[in-house]
Design a protein around this ligand. Structure first.
Ligand SMILES: *Cc1c(COP(=O)(O)O)cnc(C)c1O
Length: 424
């Protein structure tokens, strides 16, 4: 599908008059529509709830929009719990899915009455020791081996290797964990698993649901535990590339419903609530990194240098991930120039695109890097003394709002105490 910016050049220029580039901008209208579509797709399930994965885009203004659309939050750390608390998420509005969990994080989640998702069998005793055993508790499952869905019509294969992943417990460990937890007073149980990331396939969630629903029936039979919810976690992806098909959330919801009717209802478990913890699917398309062209360079290849770098968007450098690029105002110009689009880090992997066909560019051109709304700003870092950028919200009425200011050098130096250097 053709990838279109949610922002015109004129709108970008209006923002740039207030907020210098680079910055991430988010589309309120798109976010709300996406949340409504997701809730509609799972409306067949009475207790359905999306717990937005805070780590994808930890900004309170965006969390508030999702909260207004009925979403909860999925937290993985102490500070994410604090952020969620500040936004007014409480108790069962929160999933706490952590691993290698520090004591303070576990205690905070317990005190907030979050749904705690245990990553390991040893965390049963750990939780009891540092906090207590709540009545509702979740355990994370890892089936091991390889997870494949086969190739889609378009040639995109879904494959991942749970057997190599550090998360979750085996089925035997799940049984043991449930038994121990029941003996310690737990009454209602959840199951969670994350088997494949960024899947562009309507089959992932239904296949995962089939695996987890069958597991739920076996766990219930083996332990007598009441399975209250099944959390399909994250992993529903987005079409970063123009040639990729987009996921169809209505088809995904319907696929999960079929598994539910086939497996859980006949087992007398039709009261199970379905939860999701989507991050990327919710926000990635509704964020963009806006940057300006600083320099050109011709050596053995043509380079165009931006005022943004991998410290603002790490995915291309870290995973070789594709992010589509549009030069604002040149949407209809022919893409007849081949560029490497770079940032200024002293790292040769600091390239937003390699050998990308784009319109002829000029200094000062405004570059729109697509699909940065999740795992974009949040993966930023300060290498080379680069400062984190601002975040801006494009409101539904077309106005814009600064929802996080850019860092200043004072922020960068805030963790040093310079006083010893100035003593006489
Ligand atoms: C990262 C993560 C998510 C969100 O993943 P997406 O790929 O953004 O959908 C959900 N749950 C857990 C436990 C995660 O670690």
């Amino acid at each position: 599908m053709e990838k279109k910016p949610f922002l015109t050049k004129a709108q970008a220029e209006a923002i740039i008059r207030d907020v210098p580039t680079p910055f991430h901008v988010y589309d309120e209208k798109g976010i709300r529509e996406r949340a409504r579509a997701l809730n509609k797709a799972f409306s067949w399930n009475k207790g359905y709830k999306e717990y937005f994965a805070v780590k994808a885009t930890p900004n309170p203004y965006l969390l508030k929009i999702l909260q207004e659309e009925g979403c909860g939050v999925d937290c993985s750390s102490y500070t994410e719990l604090m952020l969620s608390e500040a936004c007014g998420f409480t108790g069962s509005d929160i999933m706490f899915s952590s691993n290698d969990t520090p004591v303070e994080d576990m205690q905070k989640a317990y005190q907030m009455h979050a749904n705690i998702n245990l990553d390991d069998l040893t965390h049963v005793e750990f939780l009891e020791e540092v906090a207590g055993i709540p009545e509702t508790i979740c355990c994370r499952y890892n089936p091991g081996g390889t997870f494949t869905l086969g190739e889609s019509k378009e040639g995109f294969q879904v494959m991942d290797t749970p057997g190599d992943s550090k998360y979750g417990m085996s089925e035997e460990q799940m049984v043991e964990a449930y038994k121990k937890l029941m003996a310690k007073g737990a009454k209602h149980f959840g199951i969670h698993a994350f088997l494949a990331s960024n899947t562009v396939s309507n089959e992932y969630y239904p296949a995962l649901a089939g695996i987890l629903f069958r597991l739920a029936v076996r766990l219930h039979k083996a332990t007598g535990a009441h399975i209250a919810f099944i959390n399909l976690s994250g992993g529903v992806g987005v079409d970063y590339r123009p040639e990729q098909p987009a996921n169809d959330i209505m088809a995904i919801g319907e696929g999960v419903r079929k598994q539910f009717e086939e497996i859980l209802v006949p087992a007398g478990m039709g009261d199970v609530k379905i939860f999701t913890e989507l991050g990327r699917f919710m926000l990635a398309p509704y964020g963009a990194l806006i940057s300006k062209v600083l320099h050109f360079k011709h050596i053995y290849k043509e380079y165009v240098g931006l005022d943004a770098c991998a410290a603002n968007l790490m995915r291309p450098a870290m995973y070789g991930a594709y992010h589509h690029i549009t030069v604002l105002g040149k949407e209809n110009a022919p893409c007849d120039h081949k560029y490497d689009v770079t940032g200024g880090l002293c790292e040769n992997n600091d390239k937003f695109a390699v050998d990308r066909m784009l319109p002829e560019m000029e200094k000062g051109d405004i570059v729109y890097i697509h699909d940065t709304g999740a795992h974009g700003f949040s993966m930023g870092y300060n290498y080379n003394g680069k400062l984190r950028s601002a975040e801006v919200l494009l409101r539904e009425d077309g106005s814009h709002q600064l929802i996080r200011r850019a860092e200043t050098p004072a922020d960068y130096f805030a963790t040093f105490d310079f006083t010893p250097f100035f003593k006489k």
